[in-house]
Every structure is written in C-alpha cells, then in structure tokens.
Design a protein around this ligand. Structure first.
Ligand SMILES: Nc1ncnc2c1ncn2[C@@H]1O[C@H](COP(=O)(O)OP(=O)(O)OP(=O)(O)O)[C@@H](O)[C@H]1O
Ligand SMILES: [Mg+2]
Length: 238
C-alpha cells in the first residue's frame, strides 16, 4: 500500500502542498548588522497595520519558544563553543519551528508576515562568511522552510562602516563579536548575493535618513497591495 506522508512537518509534503488560499504576504527584511532592519520592520508593520491588514512582526532567530531559546544560545556571548556548522543547524532548527508554527498558519489566515532576517542571513553568516558549504546551507533552508519563499525579500544594505557607526552604542552579540574582518565579509556577501539574484532579492540602499529608507521600502511593498499573491512554495531553485 502506498503510504501517505502524515508528518505535517515533512518538507516533501510541504513542497507538494503550496499555500494557495488567503491573501497574506510574506515579507523579509534582511541585511548586514546595523543596516536598519528592525527600525524599518517596525515602521512597515505600522504602515500596513493602518491599512487594516493583520500584520505579524517576527524576528529570526525567535518568534517561538524554541526559537527564542535558540536565539539565547546563539547570540549570548559566553564560554560555549559553537562552530559555524553547528550554528547553521541551530538557526535552521529555529527557522523550521517558526515556519511551521507561526508563518504558515498566519499566511493561511491572510496575515501579512514581516520577518526581521531569514534564510539569506544563514547563507551569509554561516556559509559565505563562515565557511560552511553555501549549497549545504541553502539545502538546509529548503528543508527548514519546506521551500517557502517570501513574496518580497528585501536586503537593506549599508557599508560595514555605516553599520558599525550605527551600532556603536550597543554591546556586540556573539555574531558581531566575530570581528571587523568577518563583518566586512558579511556586508560584501549580502551585496554580492542580492545583486547576483535580482529575481529573488531586492537590494535597498539603507543609507540616508530613516524616512528616506522607509520610502524606498514602501515603494517595493506598495506593489504587493495591488498585485495578486504569488505562489510562495517553490521547488528548490539552485
Ligand atoms: N537610516 C538611519 N539613519 C541613522 N540611524 C539609523 C537609521 N536606521 C536605523 N538607525 C539607528 O541605527 C541603529 C541600528 O538600527 P536597527 O537596530 O534598526 O538595525 P538592525 O539592522 O536591526 O541592526 P542589527 O543587525 O544589530 O539587528 C539604531 O540605533 C537605529 O536607531
Ligand atoms: Mg535588529
């Protein structure tokens, strides 16, 4: 007897069951440290909320009890060694939980989901800058999300020096404490990746005033208000 796949978490099942109903959107704000992601995600959430849309503002890692526990583990500075490969698995574990527990149900009921960081962060920090095979990181992201792709993947970009200045008053977390060379590689990788895959990522200049950046982002998102939702579950594209 051909067995039915019953595990709702199964990436194979997810790939074969794209989300079709609901008019929600999945929008990601990603980018190097201090580029203004959290500031702009809050502003965008407010702006969309004023239009009467249900908006869910999430951050990665986090957004679930499991994700917040993983966040603590990954971002707190301490004695515990975590290799880039181990980091990649932990970020993906948090992502799998967030996608299944929060993002998919929200999209199904028609909410607009805004996520502060997503799969490109892992590709950049652990893969391109961290030395883990980028293809493997991408495969893990497909597994973790079941192939779920954002409607709009914004990459808010600032040069390393600007991000450094903006974060000057804040204590560095574990990723930021990896040093200037690493963070320069992170900023460069974000730019290269988003320019290299313009159908997948929208590179947004994060320089200038908060208001100027907000307007740039709104131009990208406003298109979504007038266009039909696109299929978000895709077969892996690499
Ligand atoms: N366009 C801007 N111009 C000047 N300062 C800004 C701008 N956008 C954000 N900031 C400030 O820069 C700092 C970093 O911004 P924010 O926390 O939004 O960045 P982030 O990308 O979320 O950073 P992280 O990667 O550390 O999470 C904050 O103090 C914020 O108020
Ligand atoms: Mg932030």
């Amino acid at each position: 007897m051909a067995g039915k796949i019953r595990n709702p978490q199964s990436p194979i099942r997810n790939r074969q069951s794209p989300i079709r109903n609901g008019e929600g959107r999945f929008i990601v704000l990603d980018g190097p440290d201090g580029s203004g992601k959290s500031t702009q995600a809050r502003l965008l959430a407010e702006q969309l909320g004023k239009r009467g849309l249900e908006v869910l503002l999430l951050r990665e890692p986090g957004g679930t009890a499991t994700g917040e526990a993983v966040r603590k583990l990954l971002l707190q500075r301490g004695e515990m060694a975590i290799s880039p490969l181990a980091e990649a698995f932990l970020f993906q574990a948090a992502r799998a939980q967030l996608t299944a527990e929060v993002i998919r149900p929200a999209l199904q009921r028609g909410a607009w989901v805004l996520c502060d960081r997503f799969s490109l962060s892992t590709l950049v920090y652990q893969g391109l800058a961290g030395g883990v095979c980028p293809r493997a990181v991408e495969e893990l992201s497909v597994l973790a999300t079941g192939g779920l792709r954002p409607d709009v993947y914004l990459v808010l970009w600032v040069p390393f020096s600007v991000g450094l200045q903006r974060r000057a008053h804040r204590a560095a977390d574990r990723m930021e404490a990896k040093g200037a060379k690493f963070l320069r590689a992170v900023a460069a990788a974000y730019r290269r990746e988003s320019l290299g895959a313009p159908r997948r990522y929208v590179l947004v200049d994060g320089r200038g005033t908060v208001e100027a950046v907000r307007e740039r982002i709104w131009r990208q998102v406003a298109e979504q208000l007038d266009s039909p939702q696109r299929h978000r579950d895709t077969e892996k594209a690499f």
